[in-house]
Design a protein around this ligand. Structure first.
Ligand SMILES: Nc1nc2c(ncn2[C@@H]2O[C@H](COP(=O)(O)OP(=O)(O)OP(=O)(O)O)[C@@H](O)[C@H]2O)c(=O)[nH]1
Ligand code: SF4
Ligand code: SF4
Length: 308
């Protein structure tokens, strides 16, 4: 399916919970507020089935912290059984050491782990938790069980900016495949933290110089740089970036049952909770959810656009 702005819908992003065991000062919580209702595994899989019927083949599980959901492994298994080609998850890594193998067996294809520091001290300054060593263990387990590519997320801000190049070194030593250097953006707690924003320009210029190849990814037209070690550095600049939005290929399911067409917007949202809670047969629910998807695709628009 293609929206009015010529953007194909290819990726489904599901928020599994708003709960998290960390307290990152810039947490955007996927732009969601309120969680009076938490979708069940069955609800999530039904909506994912409908998304799949629209040709979406890739799904990302997020939160909050998705590993805090007790039914996470079953949700992953269910998504794979629906036929999703690419099932991935973004996690803070705290519980990953014990979960990595179970997730791999259930069919998780790959994983992104947030690691916004290269030392215990900075890690605690950013997340509020003394868990650097534990997250490193989680990353190693993900690599060991083959949840590849293993990607690390690093949100650049004033507390860790000086650590970016050491972070690249650490990532190479750990043997991860890819890192995302992410711009802090003003969503959720990021609104308050935005004074620590860095536009990544200087960092990107330097990375371009030391890289051996530049690629442009289809998703958000994100630039990626291949370093001589083979590590891929992707620069993620979502804020006020019309090019990023022009390449946006995703739709979101919030934890309380809304199809959200954009991380930044509360107006382009279709509430599907009544359908999920309604006393309809599964066939009727699927039909109604299909219509909700059609409406979501019709109203979907880039948040940042060029003014003509
Ligand atoms: N504005 C905006 N930012 C996004 C979007 N998707 C991801 N981001 C930013 O990119 C960060 C990393 O996202 P991840 O969930 O780890 O990765 P991903 O975007 O799914 O990318 P891959 O796993 O590489 O396919 C997020 O925390 C956001 O800051 C989006 O659709 N819109
Ligand atoms: S950014 Fe991720 S790890 Fe940090 S508080 Fe938010 S959900 Fe938790
Ligand atoms: S339209 Fe832009 S801001 Fe909104 S979710 Fe897509 S990339 Fe993010």
């Amino acid at each position: 399916m293609i929206d009015r702005f010529g953007r194909p819908l290819e990726d489904f992003r599901i928020t599994l919970t708003h709960v998290c065991n960390f307290e990152c000062f810039f947490c955007h919580m996927e732009g969601e507020e309120g969680d009076n209702y938490i979708l069940s595994k069955e609800d999530i899989l039904l909506v994912a089935k409908v998304a799949k019927n629209f040709g979406i083949n890739s799904v990302k599980l997020t939160g909050g912290e998705p590993t805090l959901r007790r039914d996470l492994v079953e949700i992953v298994r269910g998504l794979k059984q629906l036929g999703y080609r690419d099932v991935s998850m973004t996690t803070n890594g705290f519980l990953l050491k014990d979960l990595a193998y179970k997730l791999k067996l259930a069919g998780l294809d790959r994983i992104n782990v947030s690691l916004h520091a290269i030392s215990r001290e900075t890690f605690k300054k950013i997340t509020g938790v003394d868990a650097f060593d534990r997250v490193i263990e989680g990353i190693k387990s993900a690599i060991d069980v083959g949840l590849v590519p293993v990607k690390l997320n690093f949100v650049v801000n004033r507390r860790n900016r000086e650590e970016v190049f050491k972070f690249i070194e650490l990532s190479q030593n750990l043997g991860v495949n890819e890192i995302h250097l992410i711009e802090l953006h003003p969503v959720g707690l990021g609104k308050l933290a935005f004074k620590e924003h860095d536009d990544l320009r200087e960092i990107e210029e330097y990375i371009e110089k030391i890289s051996i190849k530049k690629q442009i990814r289809k998703k958000h037209f994100r630039p990626r740089y291949v370093l001589p070690s083979g590590l891929i550095v992707e620069v993620v600049k979502p804020y006020a970036n019309p090019i990023f939005c022009a390449g946006c290929n995703r739709i979101r399911l919030s934890v309380d049952g809304k199809l959200k067409t954009c991380l930044y917007r509360e107006d382009n949202v279709i509430d599907i909770l009544d359908i999920l809670k309604g006393e309809y047969s599964e066939d009727v629910k699927e039909e109604l959810l299909g219509r909700a998807f059609m409406i979501a695709i019709a109203i979907r628009e880039p948040n940042f656009k060029y003014k003509i």
